[in-house]
Design a protein. Structure first.
Lengths: 121, 475
C-alpha cells in the first residue's frame, strides 16, 4: 500500500478524495496549498505519490510548480495532476515527464483507475 | 592562329567613320567658329534634320535657331576654351521640332596634324525619358512616403538586402529613433535587438524572392521607453510599375492592449471554469459519499448519475474548445464528443469505432449542452448495448435539411429489440433522449426496425445563430 499526498484547496473535495483513496487501502497525507505540501515533502515522512490540483488558491499554476519542487526533493515521486481548467500548452510545458492527469469532475472509478496506473509505474 | 589573325584584321579594319555612324549618341563636330563641319546619323535622326541643312551652319543658327540655347553658349564660349573636355553638361530646352528635351552633352577638343585651332566634338545624348522616369519615381516615392507617414501603425520599407530605406513617422516616434539611426540598418540591428528572432528572419528572407507575405508574427518583449509590448508583424512585397526593384513593407501593429484584454478574458474564463468544475466535483463527491451507504442495487444508479455529470463537464470543455465566439461549430463539436467518448468509454484496444460526418453548421452555445447530451446518450446506448461481441461501428451525422437540422446516430450492432425499452436503464436513457429532443424543440423521426443495427433519426429546428449576433468576439 502506498502513501499519497493530496494537495487540494477545497476542503470537501480533498476529504472526499482522501476517503476514496483510504478505502482502497492507501495511506493519505493532506495539504491545502504549496507551502503545506512542501513542509511534508521536506520532512522524513515516506511519500510515494503526489496527487495535486493545479489551480491552488490564487496560484493558477501552483500545482505545476509544486510538482517541479517536489521532484527536485524526491526524484522518485509519482505525480498525478488534476484541474477543472482546460489544459493549456503552458501547463503541458510544466508537466513533469511521465506524470498523469485527471480532469475534474472525476468519479471514484476514474480516480481509482488513475491512482492504480500511477502506482503501477 | 587563323582565328586570331581574322580577329586582329577585323578590329583594324573598323574605320572611325563606322564607329561614329554606329554609336547611339548624336555626334557633331564644330570648327573654331562653332560652325558644324559634320554630324552623324544619330544626330540627324534625333533632331530631324539633314546634312544639307546642317553642315557649314553656325550651330546657333541651326534649325531656325533652335540651338541658340544660353546653356550651350555658356558651354561652348566660356567652358570649352579653358578646358580640354567637359562631361555630363545637362541642357534642358524646348526644341520646336521635337519638343522639350533634356540633353546630356559631352564635349572634347580634338586636334588634327597641322590643325592648331582644333575642332570641338560634341556628343549629345537624349536623356529626357530617363530624367522623366527619375522624376516620376521621385514623385511616386514622395507620395509613398506621405502615405507611409499618415499610417498610424509604425512601418518600415526594406531594401532587397533587408536594410531600411525609410521608416514612417509613427515608427520613429514609437521607438524613439531618428531617421539617420534607421536608414541603411537591418531591422534585427534596431533597439536592443528585439526583432533579431531567427523565425522572423527566416520568414523575412522569403517575402521578396518567394512573394510570401508574413501575417501576424507575434513578438513580445521589453522595449526601451515603452515597457513590455506585444507586436504583430505583417510584411509583404511591394513593387512599383515599370521598376524591377522590389521592396518589402513591414508593419508593426501594437497589440499589447488587445492581448491584455484576451488574457484577462482567458483568465476570467479559467477562473469561472475552475469554480464550475470544482462545484461539479463537489456534487460528484456527494454522490460518491451517498453511494457508500446505499444498498448495492442502487449503486449503479448513482454511478450513472456521476457519469452524466461528467458528461456535462466534458461538454462544457468541448464548447469552449469549439466555440467560434458566440457560436459552436457543430462538426468540430461532434468530433470532440466522439474523441472524448472513445477515450473514456472505449479505450485503445476497443473494436468499436465512432465516425463523424458533419456539415459546417453553427449552433447557439445555450443549445449546445442539451444537443451534446442527446448525442452522448444515444452513442453511449450504442456502445453499451449494440455490440455484445465488442466490435462495431457507430456513425454520428448531422446535416441541414431545409430549415431543419437532422441528427442521425446509427450503428451496425445487434439492433434494438422491442422489449428493450421496458428495461429500466434503457427506458431511462430513452426518456432522457425524449426530454433533450423536446428541450431542443425537435422530434424523433420514426424509423422501421432493421434486422441488424439501429438508426435514430432526430429532426431539430435550425439552431443557427441569427447573423446579427454571429460576429466572433474575443475569447
Amino acid at each position: 500500500m502506498a502513501v499519497i499526498l493530496i494537495v487540494e484547496d477545497d476542503v470537501f473535495i480533498r476529504e472526499i478524495a482522501e476517503m476514496m483513496i483510504q478505502d482502497w487501502g492507501h495511506q493519505t497525507l493532506a495539504a491545502s496549498d504549496v507551502d503545506e505540501a512542501l513542509l511534508l515533502l521536506r520532512s522524513a515522512q515516506p511519500i510515494d505519490a503526489l496527487f495535486t490540483d493545479i489551480y491552488l488558491k490564487d496560484l493558477v499554476l501552483g500545482g505545476c510548480n509544486l510538482a517541479l519542487q517536489a521532484i527536485a526533493l524526491r526524484p522518485d515521486l509519482r505525480v498525478l495532476y488534476t484541474t477543472g481548467n482546460t489544459i493549456t500548452d503552458k501547463m503541458k510545458a510544466l508537466f513533469i515527464e511521465g506524470t498523469r492527469f485527471l480532469g475534474k469532475p472525476y468519479t471514484e472509478n476514474q480516480l481509482k483507475k488513475s491512482v492504480t496506473e500511477l502506482l503501477a509505474v | 592562329m587563323a582565328d586570331i589573325f581574322i580577329e586582329k584584321k577585323a578590329v583594324s579594319d573598323i574605320a572611325a567613320s563606322d564607329i561614329v555612324e554606329t554609336v547611339p549618341s548624336a555626334l557633331i563636330v564644330l570648327d573654331r567658329n562653332l560652325n558644324i563641319t559634320s554630324a552623324n546619323r544619330a544626330f540627324y535622326q534625333t533632331f530631324r534634320t539633314s546634312p544639307g541643312e546642317t553642315e557649314g551652319c553656325l550651330i546657333y543658327a541651326l534649325g531656325n535657331r533652335q540651338w541658340d540655347i544660353p546653356a550651350l553658349r555658356t558651354l561652348l564660349e566660356s567652358v570649352i576654351p579653358h578646358r580640354a573636355s567637359v562631361e555630363g553638361f545637362e541642357v534642358e530646352h524646348d526644341f520646336p521640332t521635337i519638343g522639350r528635351r533634356t540633353m546630356l552633352v559631352n564635349a572634347r577638343k580634338i586636334f588634327s596634324p597641322g590643325d592648331h585651332d582644333g575642332s570641338i566634338l560634341l556628343a549629345i545624348e537624349d536623356v529626357s525619358e530617363e530624367r522623366a522616369a527619375r522624376a516620376d519615381s521621385k514623385r511616386n516615392w514622395q507620395l509613398t512616403q506621405s502615405i507611409v507617414d499618415t499610417v498610424r501603425d509604425p512601418l518600415v520599407v526594406l531594401e532587397n538586402d533587408m536594410t531600411i530605406v525609410t521608416a514612417s513617422k509613427a515608427f520613429l516616434t514609437m521607438f524613439g529613433v531618428t531617421e539617420a539611426e534607421t536608414h541603411g540598418r537591418r531591422v534585427s540591428e534596431l533597439g536592443q535587438h528585439q526583432w533579431d528572432v531567427p523565425a522572423l528572419r527566416h520568414l523575412m528572407e522569403k517575402v521578396l524572392p518567394e512573394n510570401k507575405p508574413i501575417e501576424s508574427f507575434e513578438i513580445e518583449d521589453n522595449f526601451p521607453g515603452l515597457g513590455r509590448r506585444v507586436f504583430n508583424l505583417n510584411a509583404r512585397k511591394i513593387s512599383q510599375p515599370g521598376n524591377h526593384a522590389h521592396r518589402m513593407l513591414l508593419v508593426f501593429e501594437d497589440i499589447t492592449d488587445r492581448k491584455q484584454r484576451e488574457r484577462d478574458a482567458l483568465s476570467l474564463t479559467n477562473e469561472i471554469s475552475h469554480r464550475i468544475k470544482n462545484n461539479l466535483q463537489v456534487i460528484v463527491g456527494l454522490i460518491a459519499y451517498e453511494a457508500k451507504w446505499t444498498a448495492a442495487p442502487c449503486v449503479q444508479g448513482y454511478k450513472t448519475m456521476q457519469a452524466r455529470i461528467g458528461a456535462i463537464a466534458q461538454l462544457y470543455d468541448l464548447i469552449s474548445q469549439t466555440s467560434r465566439g458566440r457560436t459552436v461549430a457543430v462538426d468540430a463539436y461532434l468530433r470532440e464528443i466522439a474523441n472524448a467518448m472513445s477515450a473514456s468509454l472505449l479505450g485503445n484496444m476497443s473494436g468499436i469505432t465512432i465516425e463523424v460526418k458533419g456539415e459546417p453548421l453553427e449552433i447557439d452555445p445555450d443549445r449546445a449542452v442539451p444537443f451534446g447530451l442527446l448525442v452522448n446518450e444515444l452513442a453511449t446506448n450504442a456502445i453499451k448495448h449494440a455490440f455484445p461481441h465488442g466490435s462495431g461501428h457507430i456513425m454520428l451525422r448531422v446535416e441541414q435539411i431545409g430549415d431543419q437540422i437532422e441528427l442521425v446516430v446509427s450503428d451496425d450492432g445487434v439492433g434494438m429489440k422491442g422489449n428493450d425499452l421496458v428495461k429500466s436503464p434503457e427506458k431511462r436513457g430513452s426518456d432522457y433522449v425524449a426530454i433533450f429532443v423536446r428541450q431542443l424543440g425537435g422530434a424523433i423521426v420514426p424509423s422501421k426496425q432493421e434486422p441488424t443495427g439501429t438508426t435514430v433519426r432526430i429532426r431539430l429546428p435550425l439552431l443557427l445563430v441569427p447573423p446579427g449576433s454571429a460576429e466572433p468576439v474575443a475569447a
